[in-house]
Write a protein that binds this ligand. Structure first.
Ligand code: FAD
Ligand code: NAP
Length: 547
């Protein structure tokens, strides 16, 4: 006789136990909703759980990223560094999860693999990786913009006989589930593929001990100094006392980083003024050089060119070999149109005799062999290969779930030419499905610690409003979705961001072969985004069909 499988039912299912997901569980549970979370990893942490590679750390100031402290969940937390490393970040998220007591609401090591909207019950029916099935009124994804690992499409990867790792699936310490396995590079020939923010963090560390390090670079990035330093107890006390002001300030800036744009355009300044500003920003810790520069840096090629030339000059000063320096200077995108990797001795690393830059733009990697990498006619013998090749960003984690809305509509197909959303929070045809820090969403091109939390609070209020008004169904209206999607593309198209293949764009290839870069994110700034969301809420959630 077949055993009857029982389907559990919840008000809300939250997918993901990163900083966003666990806060969403906490807030809704406190409001009296029945909430169940699912997480593919064995524990909380998301980004900070998965990315255990040596050198992984924040590029946002720790105290400004920590929404838990800002909202009073763990105000006692003392940051040890201005830009916390991954081990500290993971401890922090774990501590917050303890404080919020969220683990009891999660099932770990379990992925949501399919979600079907059920028209007869007005609920979502979910299928889990452990064969379990559950139903929920509201489905909230907190699957992360940078959580679907991307391996490169290179033949022979599985044939390599040495050790190989993707940075976001770095092995764990077998004796400590929260630690990373220590990989000894001493005496080894190591290859790193990828020079994005991750590659730029790991390369200088591997270089210190590896016998030989080969960096396989396809595109150089504009990298600027991180300037990390310890935070003393006195400094921490001052920061803690100022948390309210810090939160107010980051909420007022476009990206929720603690930086505001310079009031002037570069065209309103002299060469001497520009040099002085760039020098002072370059010597400051953090993203000032990107986010406090002239306000037209991402709008005017001339303004951008001044800063790019300044950074190129720094690269030429720091790298002794002019040919290598030349290869490290980007030519294919303006400064700041990809996320700027923050570096610590990255450029000086190329002055070391054991470090070799291999230009795989000139000659692409042909294949992985059992003993290393074949690049054109040259073979590189390697003991370890590190894939720092990034993520299938923003939509990748959604694509891994078979999400079917009304009439079996597939989310993946609906978004195949670029996402269609309202506020980056819902897609028509997928009622009661909210996408935190998702595509076209103001929290994704932002300091996620803060912007993700603010979004959690907004969605929670909407669910509270619906409950109060006996409403159980919400769906983005056709018009609201069209307007939002058009606005996101138009805002993006006015910036220089259209000139780079950053992770936040999707390339649409038209039938005539032309390539169009479409935004995966909302780039008009957090304050503007939240103002719109607040107006929508004040107007009874205008743009959503509610009943
Ligand atoms: P995540 O932390 O990505 O968590 C999503 C979780 O969902 C993951 O644990 C994943 O396993 C789970 N999941 C996905 N799909 C499923 C499924 N189908 N079923 C079950 N579980 C699922 N942002 C900043 O603002 N500042 C920084 O300094 C910064 N540094 C970063 C450094 C690195 C190395 C990376 C990769 C990203 C960084 N980011 C930074 C962006 C970062 O992703 C966010 O800051 C933030 O951690 C995202 O949190 P999240 O909870 O939204 O998503
Ligand atoms: P990424 O920026 O997408 O970089 C991936 C790198 O791999 C690129 O250099 C890419 O080259 C290269 N690559 C991919 N496939 C390749 C192939 N087949 N052959 C050769 N090279 C290949 O990914 P990431 O470095 O992991 O960073 C992603 C984002 O995560 C960052 O932008 C940032 O938002 C976040 N992050 C933040 C920090 C931090 O400092 N806090 C650290 C790490 C990550 P192309 O550019 O030519 O495609």
């Amino acid at each position: 006789m077949l055993k009857k499988i029982e389907t559990k039912t919840f008000d809300v299912v939250v997918v993901g136990a990163g900083i966003t997901g666990i806060y969403q569980v906490y807030v809704l549970r406190n409001m009296g909703f029945t909430v169940q979370g699912y997480e593919g990893g064995e524990d909380v942490g998301g980004t900070w759980y998965w990315n255990r590679y040596p050198g992984c750390r924040l590029d946002t100031e720790s105290y400004a990223y920590g929404y838990f402290a800002l909202t009073g969940i763990i105000p006692e937390w003392k940051w040890s560094e201005r830009f916390a490393g991954q081990p500290e970040m993971l401890r922090y998220v774990n501590h917050a999860a303890d404080r919020m007591d969220v683990r009891r609401s999660y099932q770990f090591s379990t992925r949501v693999v399919r979600a079907d909207w059920n028209d007869s019950t007005n609920m979502w029916d979910l299928e889990l990786s452990d064969q379990g099935r559950v139903s929920c009124r509201y489905l909230i994804s907190a699957v992360g913009p940078l959580s679907a690992t991307r391996m490169p499409n290179i033949a022979g990867i599985e044939r390599f006989e040495g050790e190989s790792f993707h940075t976001s699936r770095w092995p764990r310490d077998p004796d400590d589930p929260r630690g990373a396995r220590k990989i000894d590079f001493a005496g080894k020939r190591v290859g790193v593929i990828g020079t994005g923010a991750t590659g730029v963090q790991i390369i200088p560390i591997v270089a210190r001990t590896a016998a030989e390090l080969f960096v396989f670079q396809r595109s150089p990035n504009w990298c600027t100094p991180l300037g990390n330093h310890p935070i003393s107890d006195q400094e921490m006390e001052k920061l803690q006392a100022a948390y309210e002001e810090i939160l107010a300030f980051v909420k007022s800036t476009p990206t929720a980083f603690p930086y505001n744009r310079h009031p002037k355009k570069a065209s309103e300044t002299t060469a001497e003024e520009r040099q002085a500003l760039f020098e002072s920003l370059y010597s400051m810790p953090g993203y000032g050089i990107w986010l406090s520069g002239y306000r037209d840096v991402l709008l005017s090629r001339t303004s951008n060119g001044y800063l790019a030339e300044f950074i190129a000059g720094k690269i030429r000063q720091r790298v002794k070999d002019p040919v290598i320096a030349g290869k490290l200077i980007p030519r294919d995108h303006p400064f700041g149109t990809k996320r700027v990797p923050m570096e610590t001795n990255y450029y000086e690393t190329y002055n070391r005799p054991n470090v070799h830059l291999v230009d795989v733009r000139e000659t692409p990697i042909t294949c992985v062999t059992p003993r290393g990498l074949q690049v054109g006619s040259k073979h590189y013998d390697l003991d370890i290969i590190i894939y720092a090749t990034g993520f299938d960003a923003v939509t990748g984690s959604f694509d891994q779930i078979d999400i079917r809305g009304k009439d079996g509509l597939s989310l993946k197909e609906t978004w195949q030419d670029g996402p269609l959303t309202y506020l980056g929070l819902q897609t028509r045809g997928f009622p009661n499905f909210f996408t935190l820090v998702g595509p076209h969403n103001g929290a994704t091109f932002c300091n996620v610690g803060v912007c993700g939390a603010l979004q959690v609070e907004w969605v929670s209020e909407m669910l509270g409003y619906m409950r109060e008004h006996d409403l159980t169904y919400s769906e983005a209206s056709h018009v609201a979705q069209e307007d939002w999607t058009r606005q996101v593309y138009e805002d993006f198209s006015r910036t220089l961001l259209t000139e780079a293949d950053a992770w936040w764009i999707k390339v649409k290839v038209h039938p005539d072969g032309t390539r169009e870069r479409r935004a995966l994110v909302h780039v008009s700034g957090g304050p503007e985004y939240r103002e719109i969301c607040d107006e929508v809420a004040a107007d009874g959630y205008a743009g959503f069909e509610l009943h």
